[in-house]
Design a protein around this ligand. Structure first.
Ligand code: SAH
Length: 356
């Protein structure tokens, strides 16, 4: 069993700054940690991007509410159910329902209806929800409806940096508090950040990894920042190659710091490099989120430019990703739920007390 050791902020920054052969060594080390601790299985989360309506105005995001150029959609109940059925057939034992952030009662009711429908027809399917910040009461209703996992990226764990990426009405503290509430209710909690985003320093990124550890996060999806043509941060000097390298170093450093969590090889990596996700697996990741959104909506879920797979059907994505995983020497864990080992240990030890 791999022991978890404390790594100082400075040592993390040094890892993140590595490049060339030194960076490859770091990733190999992290890959060995992953092999020893969670094995070489890759777990699947079928990603259903069910709506791009959003009430927020994050400066970097293509679906922010004031971007008038984005064509808005919300999938129907039946369309979402079809996607969930596809995921079941494809061997994805888990789905991620993701959308822009909305807090109105109609939206909450719709999400609960969809989740109840999936649970009634596909009771074994694990559901992760990713619909942003909500009130404690709403999170609790989601949990009671059968949602086991919740994904809420903190985006940046530095208050200063967070505020530079978001309008004033958005609060770092409120988002952080949501993660605590999710944990107290009993969710398997996922978070993450964008890597290489404007104004971000290596110190911020090292702080992000320490944040994941301090919050004892169960699953992490960190992806590179990729500019969107209509974003509000256009003058940022963006270096795609460096951002890719940094993203892979982040995955590796996190695996070394938290050996037993689930780490996603995120789709945004593929926007920078056709083999970006496989490289992340080789740097310690163990989860892939194949896109299960119907083709006609993919183009409109435009978080950033060059989104991969916008012309592939869910079937196309499945066969492509299975082939790539096997060619890279990993084992596709079809039909397996792949709960975060860290979460399972916490539940076994009964630390997950609901105090809400
Ligand atoms: N509304 C949900 C999630 C929807 S967006 C929520 O608030 O959690 C999903 C993720 O896309 C965001 O968390 C953000 O990290 C990422 N994202 C948005 N714009 C991006 C960009 N330009 N480059 C890379 N990732 C981006």
């Amino acid at each position: 069993m791999v022991k978890e050791t404390f790594i100082s902020k400075q040592a993390i920054e040094e890892m993140l700054a590595l490049s060339g052969p030194d960076a490859l060594d770091l990733r190999e080390k992290a890959s060995r940690v992953r092999d020893d601790c969670v094995g070489r299985k890759v777990y699947f989360r079928g990603l259903i991007e069910f709506s791009n309506l959003c009430a927020n105005d994050c400066f970097y995001c293509g679906i922010r509410k004031s971007n008038r150029k984005t064509e808005r959609y919300t999938m129907t109940y039946d369309e979402i159910m079809d996607c969930a059925r596809f995921c079941q057939e494809a061997g994805y034992a888990s789905v991620v329902l993701q959308s822009g952030e909305r807090r109105d009662p109609d939206f909450i009711r719709f999400v609960i209806k969809v989740v109840s429908g999936i649970k009634a027809e596909l009771p074994e399917m694990r559901i992760t929800l990713s619909v942003g910040e909500q009130d404690r009461e709403v999170f609790r209703r989601f949990y009671e409806a059968g949602i086991e996992r919740y994904l809420l990226r903190i985006e940046s764990s530095s208050r200063r940096h967070y505020q530079r990426l978001h309008p004033e009405v958005m609060s770092f503290e409120r988002r952080r508090k949501c993660l605590e509430v999710l944990r107290s209710i009993g969710f398997q909690v996922g978070s993450g950040v964008m890597i290489g985003s404007p104004f971000q320093t290596l110190g911020d990124l090292a702080g992000d990894l320490l944040f994941m550890k301090a919050m004892d996060i169960d699953m992490v999806g960190m992806g590179p920042y990729v500019p969107h043509r209509d974003n509000l941060l256009k003058n940022w000097n963006y270096d795609a190659e460096k951002t890719l390298e940094l993203s892979l170093n982040m995955v590796a450093a996190l695996r070394i710091m938290m050996p037993d969590i689930n780490i996603a090889a995120t789709s945004a990596l593929q926007a920078l490099d056709g083999s970006g996700r496989e490289k992340a697996l080789s740097a310690g990741a163990n989860v892939i989120m194949p896109n299960a959104t119907p083709l006609k909506y993919r183009q409109s879920y435009s978080l950033y430019d060059n989104r991969p797979c916008v012309t592939d059907s869910p079937y196309g994505c499945r066969s492509c990703i299975m082939k790539k995983i096997e060619e890279s020497g990993f084992l596709p864990a079809t039909g397996e739920k792949g709960d975060s080992p860290r979460f399972l240990k916490r539940v076994e030890n009964n630390i997950n007390v609901c105090n809400c």
